[in-house]
Ligand binder design. Structure first.
Ligand code: DGY
Length: 313
């Protein structure tokens, strides 16, 4: 397989790149004159693209690679890949589900605990040389809070299991009811928000879920409610979220994703009820290595004409 050209759209993860380079002819997008150049020698040798959550494979890139057969993303989400173009060109697409479920679910719970118990504020307090004083603000309990989950797929279900251990009553909103889950189902997300204290967004980004958390949902959650987002930034109308947080119409937020990454609204920086993280839900050594192995296994399966392990299309 050493002669097969695999394009890396930008540096992704050292272990993945090292392992890929042992098996394939690894080409970096930055080494190409421009990915707008169609049919040059290099583009014609590329049969696979490896991308990730930050830089996907857009129409232009796919169209510029005449020999492209497969796009393998180092992420579970594939919203940055032009799936329609891939289908049209008969290009296969794979992602990395399951192996990252635990870590993303852990991140959601971690953010919730950090917001309710103001863990980052406490950390800064101690680093600034303080210790408990009478005026140190009390925090809020997370255990037992009513949790509403948006999207009860693999990650949403893993979050539910975890928060159940905190004694949290669980309800959810998703496209279809999953009666076997035993959790309360709300066909309408506003009803879910009105009946929970913590809203955790864990669904995939599609046309239907774009801005699924809008002003009405935020207001239904109210000044004591907390939003946790480990899905995608555009799930939430960020303008409305920032307004609600700065006006005190929402109790707090734990955000691992943002609408225009890497931009993070400056208005959030001064808010103690907000915890910010740079889209690192799955970023542990264990998970990233497992994701990398899955990317490679999918590519090897494809080029050996075996069934893909985790096909998207
Ligand atoms: C993914 O892999 O799509 C997630 O965004 C990880 O946090």
């Amino acid at each position: 397989m050493e002669s097969i050209g695999v394009l890396i759209t930008h540096p992704i993860y050292t272990y993945l790149e090292k392992e890929l380079s042992k098996r394939f002819n690894l080409i970096y997008l930055s080494d190409l004159p421009s990915h707008h150049i169609i049919n040059n020698n290099i583009n014609s040798s590329i049969r696979a693209v490896v991308c990730d959550v930050k830089n996907g494979a857009d129409t232009e890139l796919i169209e510029s690679l005449p020999k492209l057969e497969i796009v393998s993303t180092f992420s579970v989400g594939y919203d940055k890949i032009d799936l329609e173009k891939c289908k049209e060109r008969n290009v296969r697409v794979t992602n990395t589900p399951d192996v990252l479920t635990d870590c993303v679910a852990d991140t959601a719970v971690g953010l919730a605990l950090a917001v309710f118990r103001k863990i980052c504020v406490s950390d800064r307090y101690v680093r600034d040389g303080h210790w408990l004083k009478a005026n140190f603000q009390l925090t809020n309990k997370f255990s037992g809070k009513a949790v509403g989950i948006v999207g009860l797929g693999r990650i949403g279900s893993a979050i539910a299991k975890r928060v159940a251990a905190f004694g949290c009553p669980i309800s959810y909103h998703s496209r279809t009811e999953k009666s076997e889950s035993g959790y309360k189902y709300y066909p309408n997300i506003i009803d879910l928000a009105s009946n929970c204290e913590v809203l955790i967004v864990a669904c995939a980004l599609t046309k239907e879920t774009y801005h699924i958390v809008n002003r009405q949902v935020i207001d239904a959650l109210g000044p004591k409610g907390v939003i946790i987002n480990i899905g995608r930034g555009p799930h939430i109308d960020q303008h409305e979220l920032v307004l609600a947080l700065t006006e005190g119409r929402l109790g707090g937020a734990g955000l691992d994703v943002f609408e225009n990454e890497p931009d993070v609204p400056q208005e959030l920086f001064g808010l103690e009820n907000v915890v910010l993280s740079p889209h690192v839900g799955s970023d542990t050594v264990e998970t990233c290595n497992a994701m990398a192995d899955l990317v490679i296994a999918n590519l090897e399966a494809h080029f050996l004409s075996k069934p893909l392990l985790t096909p998207v299309v």
